[in-house]
Design a protein around this ligand. Structure first.
Ligand SMILES: *Cc1c(COP(=O)(O)O)cnc(C)c1O
Length: 397
């Protein structure tokens, strides 16, 4: 087994190339050097526009809208907030259930809980690591019952108020199939595209459509480890004017616009992205295509160096999709020795190559261990096999 781990580490080292002994090879570092970040941030300071209003916010939203094709974009303080705001916009309330995959970052489930609703776990499929359309349909047939215009879980008597597929590690999930099921059952569709800026899927009309634009609403994160960063930040994407208007209003303290009067017509949040962060965001959007191109080359480089490694494979984008390869991911194949994964992680960390296993399944975390779930066998099968590889754009010169 030590030999197998060594073979895997050797292939990873070939991709990374030579590095200093005291240097950490991180999973994902931002790419800020030699961008316009300094000059745009200086402009904020020089003009005193550093907070939650300003031209950079508008500029960043316009840039995102042009890039993704989403008609309305709302920049907010982080990806978790974007998801919570999106769910609220779709009418998700306390004591309801939202269907999500268990293989995701904890924020997907937390955003549901922040509204007092409960995540209900649906299995993933192995090709994209995203929510499995068949598993979704099977589970709905098992538990869902229509009462009036709403759908209920007949086992818990709670309303099923949304579905959230996740584009895991930037690999586009099977949105065409998932969207079809959601429209048949009349369930709002919220896409967690936190990791998927720069990822695309071929739509029914044969053109590429950006991840996050298939659902009623989609969300993105600009946290420091994501494909581009605003320091901290997120965005909500939608083509629906009513949802956009509601979400913008409620994310800006629900204040009715007036030159001096403070009148708020409901309980709102302060979710806005500050101008400082948006200025950084514009400088990052300017290099997004270069970053995506580098990451796609990095993926190919891993793929090549692993082609003779029998026990592992590098996960590629599915047919009719284009991944940003945010985190290139290795999958261990065949009958697994229980210790192989931890052996690989230990050996790599000893060399300061900071590999990460995929997240613990959300259904296994203490706060979600009592949440409802369908058959999760593929989620368990995949999660014990997945290792994220160093994916910083700077690894490609
Ligand atoms: C990063 C991430 C989020 C949350 O974004 P933050 O900006 O960190 O709040 C949500 N969902 C997924 C899948 C993520 O990877």
């Amino acid at each position: 087994m030590i030999e197998i781990s060594s073979e895997i580490i050797k292939s990873i080292k070939k991709v990374i190339g030579p590095f200093q002994e005291n240097e950490n090879i991180n999973l994902h570092e931002p790419d800020l050097i030699d961008t316009n970040a300094n000059s745009y941030l200086k402009n904020c300071v020089d003009t005193n526009w550093v907070s939650s209003a300003g031209e950079w916010v508008k500029e960043f939203e316009k840039y995102l809208s042009a890039y993704t094709g989403a008609k309305y974009v709302i920049a907010v303080s982080n990806g978790t907030v974007a998801l919570r705001l999106a769910l609220h916009g779709m009418g998700v309330k306390a004591e309801e259930e939202v269907l999500i995959p268990p293989l995701s970052f904890v924020a997907t489930a937390n955003a549901v809980s922040h509204l007092g609703a409960t995540p209900h776990f649906i299995d993933i499929e192995s090709e994209t690591l995203g929510m499995c359309p068949q598993a979704l349909e099977r589970r709905l047939k098992e538990i869902a019952i229509k009462k009036g215009k709403f759908l209920f879980n007949k086992l818990t008597d709670k309303r099923i108020s949304a579905v959230i597929p996740v584009h895991v590690y930037g690999l586009p999930a099977k949105m065409i199939e998932i969207k079809k099921i959601c429209s048949e059952w009349g369930i709002p569709l919220v896409e967690d595209a936190a990791e998927a800026l720069g990822s695309w899927i071929v739509d029914n009309d044969n053109s590429f459509k950006h991840c996050g634009c298939f659902g009623d609403v989609g969300t993105i994160s600009f946290n420091g480890n994501k494909i581009i960063t605003t320091g901290g930040g997120g965005a909500l994407l939608t083509n629906n004017e009513r949802i956009a208007t509601h979400c913008r209003h409620i994310s800006t303290t629900a204040k009715i616009k007036h030159p001096w009067d403070f009148y708020h017509d409901q309980i709102g949040w302060n979710d806005r992205m500050p101008n400082l962060n948006a200025a950084l965001g514009v400088a990052q959007m300017e290099i997004l295509e270069t970053i995506v191109e580098k990451k796609r080359r990095l993926y190919k480089c891993y793929k090549k160096n692993f082609q003779d490694v029998e026990i592992a494979e590098i996960i590629g984008e599915s047919k009719n999709s284009k991944s940003n390869y945010w985190l290139v991911t290795l999958r261990l194949k065949g009958n697994l020795d229980d210790n192989l994964k931890s052996n690989i992680l230990q050996q790599a960390h000893d060399l300061k190559i900071l590999l990460r296993p995929s997240w613990r399944l959300l259904s296994e975390l203490p706060m979600y261990s009592n949440s409802p779930f369908g058959d999760l066998s593929e989620s368990f099968n995949q999660s014990k096999r997945l290792i994220n590889l160093p994916s910083s754009p700077k690894l490609i010169k």
